[in-house]
Design a protein around this ligand. Structure first.
Ligand SMILES: [Zn+2]
Length: 116
């Protein structure tokens, strides 16, 4: 029985349980297989980093109170966050890494640096 490389289709020699010619073909095959996962991961990471940068910049400029419109204008994406910080003395913040925001009213948010 002849076997062919799962990646490139070349005829395989040697052990019958081999699926790939070599490390190159094995790596290439699994990289292709996970490419879509990695693309999504990179996209989400990019959005999270951008959100964190926006919160960090506003916090550094001592502008803890911001409107939803301002955040959207800066490119903030409300769909993505890393976690929630629920602390008795500060309320519930939605966080992008170490910075979080909390809704004050329909229009405004307050930004804080959340120490773990
Ligand atoms: Zn191959």
């Amino acid at each position: 029985m002849t076997e062919h490389c799962t990646n490139c289709g070349k005829l395989l020699r040697g052990r019958s349980d081999k699926r790939f010619c070599d490390d190159y073909c094995r790596n290439h095959h699994y990289n292709q297989l996970h490419r879509d996962d990695n693309t999504f991961l990179r996209l989400v990471n990019k959005i999270l980093k951008k959100n964190q940068k926006i919160l960090r910049t506003l916090h550094a400029e001592a502008k803890p109170r911001v409107s939803r419109q301002m955040l959207l204008a800066l490119g903030f994406d409300f769909r993505y966050a890393t976690h929630q910080a629920n602390q008795a003395n500060i309320g519930r913040y939605i966080c992008c890494y170490e910075y979080g925001y909390r809704k004050l009213n329909e229009e405004d948010y307050i930004i804080a640096k959340i120490e773990r």
